[in-house]
Design a binder for this molecule. Structure first.
Ligand code: IPE
Ligand code: IPE
Ligand code: MG
Length: 234
């Protein structure tokens, strides 16, 4: 079985999963975070080179104060814990999205984690935090305008130029996108980068998405016939 080089996951369904157990939504986020730690290990073991997960969108600030506070608490703890996890998994961790909206201590933890893990090379793990694809494109265009005004960028702008200015920079585009918990939409995730990605949707909620489910998704990916606009060789 061919293992995709880059898997992106919209980890959805924590809230509904918790509700189905008569628990508060934030309990679902705690269990979802545990599962993220577990899936990183599985991905590494399977030989996945890049894993990108959508953990908090630019739109998720609309949730209740209690839920947002719970998520911030979770990010705070996880980012600290992730220093050890990155070492254990020989995993480079990067945050995509706009970190400036977070409290200073969270921004400091992000910087520390990225710096600490920058030479680890088995798994490249990207966490999308305060990420929205349209916001990412706006930020990229504004940086391009600034660089052009200051002489660091000259035209013509190519697809590579734009890719390079996105938060994902040099990271290759995803081969497989997974969304858990039954919703069939992108919710503003990696709109540019997913141009030729294969999609896999499953009703399984994120906290229940284990190794067997990941293997099922990879199995389906292996049945796909990727053409990139060309014609299949017979
Ligand atoms: C995904 O689970 C995690 C975040 C968006 C932070 P949800 O919180 O969206 O769970 P549902 O979709 O409401 O069940
Ligand atoms: C997308 O899930 C964002 C994350 C998984 C972080 P949402 O649950 O926020 O998306 P919608 O609101 O159902 O589209
Ligand atoms: Mg959701």
């Amino acid at each position: 079985m061919k293992i995709p080089n880059h898997i992106a996951i919209i980890l959805d369904g924590n809230g509904r999963w918790a509700k189905s157990k008569g628990m508060p939504r934030n309990y679902g986020h705690v269990k979802g975070c545990d599962n993220l730690e577990y899936i990183c290990e599985v991905a590494k073991e399977l030989g996945v080179k890049y894993l990108t997960v959508y953990a908090f969108s630019t739109e998720n600030w609309k949730r209740s104060r209690e839920e947002v506070e719970g998520l911030m608490r979770l990010f705070r703890n996880y980012l600290k814990k992730c220093i050890k996890i990155s070492k254990k998994n020989n995993m480079r961790v990067r945050i995509i999205g706009d970190p400036t909206a977070f409290d200073q201590d969270i921004q400091d933890s992000i910087r520390e984690l990225e710096e600490f893990s920058k030479d680890f090379d088995d798994l490249h793990f990207q966490i999308a935090l305060n990420y929205g694809s349209r916001d990412e494109i706006c930020r990229a265009v504004n940086r391009m305008l600034k660089d052009q005004a200051e002489g660091r960028l000259t035209g013509p702008v190519t697809e590579e130029t734009i890719s390079g200015y996105l938060d994902t920079g040099e990271i290759p585009d995803p081969d497989l996108l997974i969304r858990t918990s039954g919703e069939l939409r992108l919710s503003n995730f990696l709109l540019w980068q997913l141009a030729y990605t294969e999609f896999y949707f499953t009703p399984v909620p994120w906290p229940d998405f284990k190794k067997d489910e990941l293997l099922k998704a990879i199995g389906k990916y292996n049945e796909r016939d990727r053409r990139y606009g060309g014609v299949k060789e017979e």
